[in-house]
Ligand binder design. Structure first.
Ligand SMILES: [Zn+2]
Length: 313
């Protein structure tokens, strides 16, 4: 039994994960965005509630939006002030037990690679199309990151570059990472909305409205989705030509739109040198369980692989 949590920008998702991968006592709390002590209290309360079934030396497993840098033992690049810059040791000291911390997209990729859509694949590129864009690489059940915890971050890097001949012809926006023109600026739900406004004279529509109207045949939304899917599919295909993952599970809110995933898949396969016949870009199988299961797997992989995989395969 492990207390697992996914700390997002809006909510902290918590639950007790057992060796069979079941999640109990699932709770969702608003994220104490700027209040470290309130965040710690959420964990301490949960540990108190389950004190009888969670061992004192059992690590608390956390996935979060941000980079867990093993070299410095610090959380970096997080939009949540209560965790940004925190040392892993701060969590351990506050909770009086070991703590395992992992980036949320890496947790997603690890869970899908081990228990979900990628379980029969050696290399998995898990991507999140949520508020923004995230990604994680898994090979042989191991997350691939560099010494600072970076890997699979396809959402960042200056891909959209304005034309010197026709200024304003490319949607170049500032990214939270400090660069401009990152896929993160147009690839998630907010990005799709930003792209829609850019294409249609500032028109405001939510990502759910855009995808729904696209499916219903709306011409403006079709243009947005055409542009959106091409902007995303190219880099995904290029990535797969470089790192030979054979499956791309997609999580996050936009993965709920199955036709969007199918369109992305067709475009990605067209851009791949291997031209796969079978679907490569697929919807998450674990849905909203992936974050907590990935956090658990990052600390208890051997236990879960031994106990869960044989029965699931
Ligand atoms: Zn960026």
């Amino acid at each position: 039994m492990r207390l697992c949590a996914d700390i997002g920008g809006s909510f902290v998702d918590m639950g007790i994960v057992d060796a069979s991968g079941d999640i109990r006592d699932r709770q969702r709390h608003p994220t104490p965005v700027g209040d470290w002590h309130a965040l710690v209290t959420l964990f301490r309360d949960a540990l108190e509630r389950h004190g009888g079934i969670i061992g004192a030396d059992t690590p608390v497993c956390i996935s979060l939006a941000g980079v867990a840098d093993p070299a410095s033992g610090t959380i970096t690049s997080s939009n949540t002030p209560s965790v940004h810059g925190r040392r892993f040791d701060d969590f351990g000291a506050a909770l009086d037990r070991p703590v395992s911390i992992i980036n949320d997209a890496d947790a997603f990729a690890l869970a899908e690679a081990t228990l979900g859509a990628g379980r029969d694949h050696r290399r998995v590129f898990g991507i999140i199309l949520g508020t923004g864009v995230g990604g994680g690489l898994v090979e042989d059940s191991t997350i691939l990151v560099d010494a600072h915890g970076i890997g699979g971050e396809w959402g960042h890097g200056e891909i959209l570059v304005d034309s010197p001949i026709a200024p304003g012809s490319v949607p170049v926006f500032e990214c939270g990472c400090g660069r401009t023109g990152c896929l993160d600026t147009i690839g998630g739900a907010r990005g799709m909305e930003r792209l829609h406004a850019w294409l249609h004279d500032g028109a405001h529509a939510t990502s759910v409205e855009i995808t729904s109207r696209w499916i219903a045949g709306d011409a403006a939304c079709r243009t947005t989705i055409e542009y959106y899917s091409r902007l995303l599919a190219g880099p995904i295909a290029t990535f797969l030509n470089s790192f030979p993952a054979t499956i791309v599970p997609v999580g996050g809110g936009l993965s709920n739109c199955e036709p969007l995933i199918e369109l992305l898949d067709r475009r990605v396969r067209t851009g791949m040198l291997t031209r796969p016949v079978d679907q490569v870009v697929v919807r998450t199988e674990l849905r909203d369980r992936a974050g907590l299961l990935g956090a658990a797997l990052a600390s208890t992989r051997s236990l879960l692989i031994e106990d869960v995989l044989p029965s699931q395969r």
